[in-house]
Ligand binder design. Structure first.
Ligand code: FMN
Length: 192
């Protein structure tokens, strides 16, 4: 079926369903740090969802990844938010495996000890969240792990403050202008 035209600015054309996840994929790209058998590892994750304010985060992590074994065996990880200065490294991290390389060493990143889990914080990242798995009900069907954040860290001197977002097929958007609408948040001021 072709494009359906009604009025200017109001046209919808069919889009491949297997690429449709990219519509809502644009949360910040994450690094997931794990530690298993004394070995630290990192992977890149763009499919994730904020699921609650505790905080609870859902990540989609497939069994083909080496990190999957570490996450399922240990039940814990660190969710790290990289800044735009790390974009190329983060893409490369997602294109090789901890089976073959020491990613912290290869990409010049610093593994720092956390307080709650054995997985490392990523020193250069903007934020780190030490997490444990709290729900695996959707893992078999959707590779979807629900994580509860237990301890949060913020980089007090980051090299860059912008995050970046995957928008499909190897393309990314880097944060731009910040719009401060706090004066309009009369109902949800401290919440969202
Ligand atoms: C931008 C980007 C986003 C990615 N998002 C995901 C994702 O959401 N889920 C997933 O399972 N793999 C994702 N990957 C692929 C993994 O990061 C990749 O398989 C990684 O090499 C796994 O590393 P590991 O074998 O050391 O665990 C992504 C890769 C890139 C480059």
């Amino acid at each position: 079926m072709g494009a359906r035209k009604t009025a200017k600015g109001n046209t919808q054309a069919p889009f491949p369903l297997d690429r449709a996840f990219t519509f809502a994929e644009s949360g910040p790209v994450l690094l997931i740090a794990t530690r298993r058998k004394g070995k630290n590892n990192l992977m890149t994750v763009s499919c994730h969802a904020s699921m609650g304010f505790e905080p609870t985060i859902g990540i989609c992590l497939g069994p083909w990844n080496y990190s999957y074994e570490a996450l399922t065996e240990t039940g814990e990880c660190v969710v790290a938010i990289p800044h735009a200065g790390l974009l190329e490294a983060v893409v490369d991290i997602g294109n090789c495996s901890g089976r073959d390389v020491d990613k912290f060493k290869t990409f010049g990143l610093t593994a720092r000890p956390g307080e709650v889990v054995k997985a490392p914080l990523v020193g250069e990242c903007l934020f780190n969240l030490e997490c444990r798995i709290v729900n695996t009900q959707l893992v078999d069907e959707h590779n979807f792990f629900v994580l509860r954040g237990l301890k949060a860290w913020r980089n007090s001197d980051p090299a860059d403050t912008r995050t970046f977002h995957a928008i499909g097929d190897g393309t990314f958007v880097i944060d731009g202008e910040t719009v401060d609408l706090r004066h309009r948040m009369t109902k949800w001021q401290h919440c969202i």
